[in-house]
Write a protein that binds this ligand. Structure first.
Ligand code: ADP
Ligand code: MG
Length: 696
């Protein structure tokens, strides 16, 4: 068993390592740069680079890479050796401050959503000193932001960093208004809970759909799914447990605070949750976590599926995004404290989030939009596509007291016994936490539950940060002018809650009644990515992002384009895979099985002409008729795919893929699944759902 404190962070150039490897003065300068967010002097950068290289070489590294997060959603890296030739045909190991600070990768093959056409293809990567460098597979990885030659963000990190700065600026203003002179920095924090599936590698390799698309495109329901609810928090099987142990150790070495692990609802589904960190670091670490999960799974003869919906009929995977704001002095700004009614500062921050969520429902929906996640949202296993907030009975009561200008009395409710100061000490929420809410207050943070498991969390977080910062700015503008702060703040909270209370819903988000009720309240219900994405570039949103310098209009439009194109490309790949499987494997398999049935029927007659092979004939008829239907559906899907070429415009194209191609795929699947249910397992060309879900 590993010595956890000893291995923790051993692959990371963290604060402790910096102290050890950097001259005192350089360390201080670097820390100051990190804290103040200023540009690093090149002389300092040279010293830091040298120290990093020494440390990296001592730990087995031979290369370095700028590690960045282009719009593909995954991370990118291009490795350069430290080697530099010397006289006599030898080499020395070199790494300069310039190489640390800036890289110039060719940006032309990354999605840019049209920015490329108007600007030069060259891109820049710029060191983000707020996230530690680390060693992975013999390379020193330097977390960087990625932008075009002319400075447009081409990645997920840049807007996130910009949005964190915005929250800092305006949250600090609020704190100052309330007399806090100590705090010098406010950061947004996130703890992402990562869900995933594990399947046996041998089984996985027999499924083209899993290989090409990460999800199954065919598969009849198995006799047993998740109905017994016996997997959630169930005891962990030895093979999975070995994987989890190995994974924890790997993550700890990368300095990732992997904390919680358990089985999830669906068979073969699991979850890993780290301890929260600032949104920037949490994002980098979540990207690394997903990569490490896949690698560790391979070592155990497993495949880790991060897709949002690998299997129809059982739950898909999400990523709960626990979000809050905290000061450099360690105060959580969403902590209600013992008496939230009297905690005006808390109420101001709470009201800001309420207003932000109501005003920007569209953006929150967009922030989690992906082809994969569309299969989850609203499928009675994940929150619906409608955005609402859960505050729990207690906070709702507190707000009711604010609205009526009364005292908050928590009469008759059991008081929650907590010893820790950080936990809210107001009465225990008797209705318990509402698991169906997309945006739930969970004690001292908000849990945004709509994120897909495969997505980069930067997107959801830069959007949450920006919309909250926008409201905080307005609040600060108003409160700075107030003569009597306490009553002005009370009035502001009251007015905000009055205007935005429609977004608060403590009931069951999975119910049909809620869909109706939400409609009455005028809440948006953007069911799919093609419905949601066009709103990204609305006047309201352009104004929001440009005002706070989080995205320029060009960047916003390009991002929208990239997301729409990606959606269409994914459905196109899925359709081509389905066609390939249908034509090359399923049709031949069913035909062969029908032939076998026909031969058996004939054989029966040769034994005794009086004997009627009714069973064989019936099955043969049934399968032949299904096969005829299947071939028609193949033809329809073929035509739908070809038809996409005629549809101009990224938004129109995405809509077409959803309405025509995806729909045709679903029809094709239905027939295939019916045939699978009526065939011998041996004759079906792919491992069944039962085998996939219970393979480990
Ligand atoms: P659940 O019941 O939803 O699994 P947990 O308490 O197990 O909830 O995990 C919630 C996640 O929220 C953890 O990753 C935790 O570190 C994170 N978290 C706790 N406090 C904060 C905070 N102030 N800001 C952001 N995330 C937080
Ligand atoms: Mg959770």
């Amino acid at each position: 068993m590993a010595n956890v404190p000893e291995i923790f962070g051993e692959r990371v150039f963290n604060d402790e390592t910096m102290k050890k490897y950097l001259p005192k003065g350089t360390y201080k300068e670097l820390k100051k740069t990190i804290e103040d967010g200023k540009a690093l002097d090149i002389n300092i950068a040279n010293v830091v680079a040298h120290a990093m290289k020494e440390w990296a070489i001592e730990n087995g590294a031979t290369h370095f890479t700028h590690w960045f997060q282009p719009m593909t959603g995954i991370t990118a890296e291009k490795h350069d050796g430290f080697i530099s030739p010397t006289a006599g045909g030898k080499v020395i190991m070199e790494f300069s401050g310039k190489e640390l600070i800036k890289g110039e990768p060719d940006a032309s093959s990354f999605p840019s959503g049209g920015i490329r056409a108007t600007f030069e293809a060259r891109g820049y990567t710029a060191w983000d000193p707020t996230s530690y460098a680390f060693i992975k597979d013999g390379s020193l990885c330097i977390p960087t932001a990625f932008c075009s030659y002319t400075g447009e963000a081409l990645d997920k990190k840049t807007p996130l960093l910009r949005s964190m700065e915005c929250v800092n600026t305006h949250a600090l203003r609020i704190l100052r208004i309330f007399g806090d002179t100590e705090t010098t920095h406010v950061a947004t924090t996130v703890g992402p809970e990562q869900e995933y599936f594990l399947v046996d590698k041998n089984v996985f390799e027999k499924r083209k759909d899993l290989i090409y698309c990460g999800r199954t495109l065919f598969g009849a329901r198995p006799p047993k799914g998740q109905e017994l609810e016996d997997h959630y928090f169930g005891s962990i099987k030895p093979r999975v447990s070995a994987f989890m142990k190995d994974l924890d150790e790997e993550l700890w070495k990368y300095g990732i605070l992997a904390k919680t692990k358990h089985n999830e609802v669906a068979p073969a589904q699991h979850e890993l949750a780290p301890i929260f960190d600032t949104t920037n670091i949490a994002t980098d670490q979540n990207q690394l976590t997903m990569e490490v999960m896949k690698k560790v799974a391979a070592r155990h003869g497993l495949v880790c599926l991060l897709h949002e919906k690998p299997f129809a009929g059982v739950n898909g995977s999400g990523k709960h995004n626990n979000w809050s704001m905290s000061t450099n002095t360690g105060k959580n700004l969403l902590d209600p404290s013992k008496n939230p009614r009297e905690n005006t500062l808390f109420l101001v921050f709470l009201a800001a989030v309420i207003r932000a969520v109501d005003e920007h429902q569209d953006l929150l929906r967009i922030s989690v939009a992906s082809a994969g996640n569309d299969h989850r949202l609203g499928a009675n296993e994940a929150p619906p596509a409608i955005i609402s907030m859960y505050l729990g009975d207690d906070l709702t009561e507190v707000l009711r007291a604010v609205l009526s200008g009364k005292e908050y009395v928590s009469e008759g409710k059991p008081v929650m016994e907590t010893t820790a100061e950080v936990l809210p000490n107001f009465t225990k929420d008797t209705s318990d936490r509402n698991r169906t809410s997309p945006f739930a207050f969970t004690g001292n943070k908000f849990e945004f539950r709509m994120l897909g498991s495969a997505e980069n969390i930067a997107c959801a977080n830069f959007i949450i940060n920006t919309m909250v910062a926008d409201v905080l700015e307005d609040f600060a503008d108003q409160l700075e002018k107030a003569d009597d702060l306490k009553s002005a703040a009370e009035a502001l909270v009251k007015k905000t809650v009055e205007e935005h209370k429609r977004i608060i819903f403590n009931g069951n988000n999975y119910s049909e009644e809620w869909v109706e009720e939400a409609k009455k309240r005028g809440l948006l219900n953007l069911r799919s990515l093609p419905d949601a994405l066009p709103l990204y570039t609305s006047e309201k949103n352009i104004k929001l992002f440009t005002k706070h310098h989080v995205l320029t209009e060009v960047e916003l439009r390009s991002r929208c384009e990239v997301l729409l194109e990606k959606y269409s490309k994914i459905i196109n790949i899925e359709a081509l895979t389905a066609l390939d499987m249908a034509k090359k494997d399923i049709v031949p398999a069913v035909t062969a099985y029908i032939k076998e049935l026909a031969e058996t029927a004939n054989l029966v007659k040769t034994v005794d002409p009086e004997l009627v092979p009714a069973a064989e004939t019936e099955l043969l008829k049934k399968l032949t008729s299904l096969l005829n239907c299947f071939v028609k559906k193949i033809d329809a899907l073929d035509k739908a795919v070809v038809g996409a070429k005629e549809v101009e415009g990224a938004a129109e194209n995405a809509k077409y893929f959803q309405e025509s191609v995806l729909a045709a795929m679903q029809e094709l699947r239905a027939v295939a699944d019916e045939m699978e249910s009526n065939m011998s397992a041996k004759a079906w060309p792919y491992p069944s759902y039962g085998t996939l879900l219970f393979s480990v």
